[in-house]
Design a protein around this ligand. Structure first.
Ligand code: HEM
Length: 548
């Protein structure tokens, strides 16, 4: 009692004041800490809920992020073991595309968990801190790495040479046109085929044609189930990157390992066949059946020069096929669905496509590629499909201390910019009668007046982003921007043009995955965790008749 009342002569009043002061101090300190740190995305079970939510229903997770980013342009969130800063706004997003931000740590997670690279090869990436750019980043090494030891840079150079330059894009597009044409030619001329499901058709035929174009035909002969195994693996690529223990992710790990094994089996056979006569007769050609294209042969060269282990080589090709297929097929499907459901749009698209038709040496209808990919309405529909259906969190790590959204954050902070927030921003995209949430085929078109040779004023359509490019980054940005973006556009527009130009099409109904009639059109597949373009959750059933 005496202890409570006077504490050996220390009056209770003083003790209460001291205690109160301490509480005020702690509350103030915590508030000031909070002010120094961005607000945090709510999480019911710390370390678990957000990561679980992300993997199981990414669309809902991104909607929660969108709400949080409406209140603050930067929000913290824990995804499994990682603390992440989610950012929005043109200046914050362009900041993370600067060269002082790197995608390498995130890519390393993908290589390790989604590609299952061998530890020895992961170490080669981890120890090369010189970055991907031509000029090495200062990394404080006593002996800077020689150019040929720079593994990130070698990969970037390969992408530039074998994916981005005009010759490689033209060669890949020509091969794709040939192989997709063969799939279409399998339909009888003049006969209506009643039960074509556009999503299922493209997942098989477009993926097969793109695989042959990029990797050659041999890979499909060696692995008849290659395309099915790919789609199984594809659903797990992004969830795998979080590196959950295998026992929590058994199916994902099994699919990954099966697909990598297929890639490796082909690589080993292809490698022997390609070099069987010591000097391959295929050297220098644009396309051959064993390795396919320049990018595929380049990858083979790259893995050899860095002495990759076999298990990594399977992962290298598995991840390449992921980049090649998973977005183009989904985007092409959305473009077809949107134009088929709107007869006027279909008619106008068909008219544009007919202007790019040419007769090739074999007397067949082909396309002037440059003309095709610059048609205003086709580009607008393609851009709108990317705007509405691409949802990715572009991820970067700061290599130096940085101020973003008014917060000073240390080197090593991980940032993610959700495309969804920018792509659905009303201020950038909405119009009085067309909210940003709607797909509107004509959103990226403007009418301009031109005067012809005899002085007549003509109205003409032009494709235009109208200065809104900063709110549109479906291909990411900075040095890690998608290396396949030029081919992606060619491939999607070619596939659309070939179907529209060669077939009469009639819509029948929307169907559920089990084939039963759906009472609503397709929406983004919400449970989809793969990362970039969401595929449709319903299919479109149609009948079509090949015209020639
Ligand atoms: C509509 C189709 C496509 C979309 C929306 C898309 C989107 C993306 C995105 C968002 C990234 C990450 C960029 C970043 O972190 O800033 C990426 C990277 C990449 N993509 Fe694509 N992509 C598409 C098609 C393709 C195709 C067809 C290929 C291959 C032929 C491809 C190859 C790559 C490669 C190699 C990278 C890694 C680039 C690097 O780290 O340097 N992509 N893509």
């Amino acid at each position: 009692m005496g202890f409570i009342m006077d504490m050996g002569g220390f009056p209770i009043m003083n003790l209460s004041l001291l205690f109160l002061g301490l509480i005020v101090f702690i509350a103030g300190w915590r508030r000031s800490r909070r002010l120094l740190e961005p607000p945090r995305l709510h999480e019911a079970i710390p370390f678990v809920s957000n990561a679980w939510h992300f993997m199981k229903n990414k669309r809902l997770f991104i909607e929660r992020v969108t709400d949080a980013l409406a209140a603050s342009p930067i929000v913290q969130c824990r995804l499994g073991p990682m603390n992440i800063y989610l950012v929005t706004g043109n200046s914050n997003v362009s900041a993370i595309f600067r060269s002082s931000f790197s995608s390498d740590p995130w890519v390393m997670r993908i290589l390790e968990h989604s590609g299952a690279y061998a530890l020895a090869d992961l170490t080669k990436f981890a120890t090369d801190t010189s970055g991907g750019a031509r000029v090495p980043q200062a990394d404080g090494r006593a002996r800077p790495l020689a150019q040929e030891e720079r593994i990130w840079h070698a990969k970037h150079r390969l992408h530039d040479e074998a994916l981005m330059n005009t010759r490689s894009v033209t060669a890949l597009s020509a091969a794709f046109q040939r192989f997709f044409g063969e799939r279409l030619a399998a339909f009888p001329v003049g006969e209506w085929v009643e039960d074509v499901r556009i999503s299922a058709f493209l997942r098989n035929s477009m993926a097969t044609a793109a695989t042959r174009a990029a990797l050659g035909s041999r890979i499909l002969e060696i692995n008849p189930d290659f395309v099915e195994a790919f789609w199984e693996y594809e659903t797990y690529v992004e969830p795998l990157a979080f590196g959950l223990p295998h026992w929590l992710n058994r199916r994902a790990v099994r699919s990954r390992d099966q697909f990598r094994a297929m890639c490796l089996k082909w690589y080993e056979i292809a490698n022997r066949e390609f070099h069987c006569d010591g000097t391959s007769s295929y050297e220098g050609v644009d396309w051959e059946p064993i390795f396919g294209s320049q990018i595929s042969r380049g990858l083979a060269q790259w893995v050899k020069s860095f002495d990759f282990a076999s298990e990594s080589i399977g992962g290298v090709y598995a991840l390449f096929v992921f980049g090649l297929q998973s977005n183009t097929v989904a985007i092409c499907t959305w473009v077809m669905m949107e134009i088929i459901r709107d007869p006027n749009l279909y008619r106008e698209i068909k008219e544009e496509i007919s202007q790019a038709e040419v007769i090739n040496d074999s007397d067949e209808v082909a396309f002037n590629l440059q003309e095709l990919v610059s048609k205003p309405l086709l580009q607008s529909v393609y851009t709108e499909a990317l705007r509405v259906h691409v949802s990715i969190l572009i991820t970067r790590t700061s290599t130096e201390p940085v101020t973003i959204g008014g917060y000073q954050l240390p080197a090593g902070s991980v940032f993610q910019a959700p495309t969804h927030v920018a792509h659905f921003d009303e201020a950038s995209w909405g119009t009085a009668d067309r909210p940003a949430s709607d797909f509107w085929a004509y959103r990226h078109i403007r009418e301009v007046e031109t005067i012809d040779a005899v002085g007549h004023v003509k109205k003409q359509r032009e494709f235009s982003m109208m200065g809104r490019g900063g709110s549109f980054f479906p291909y990411g940005g900075g040095i890690s921007i998608c290396a396949g973006r030029a081919f992606a556009k060619h491939e999607v527009l070619l596939a659309v043009a070939m179907m529209v130009s060669n077939f009469d099409v009639e819509f029948i109904e929307w169907v559920n995955p089990n084939g039963s009639r759906s009472d609503r059109p397709a929406r983004d597949h919400t449970g989809y965790g793969n990362g970039i373009a969401a595929p449709p959750d319903r299919d479109m059933k149609l009948s079509w008749r090949r015209r020639r």
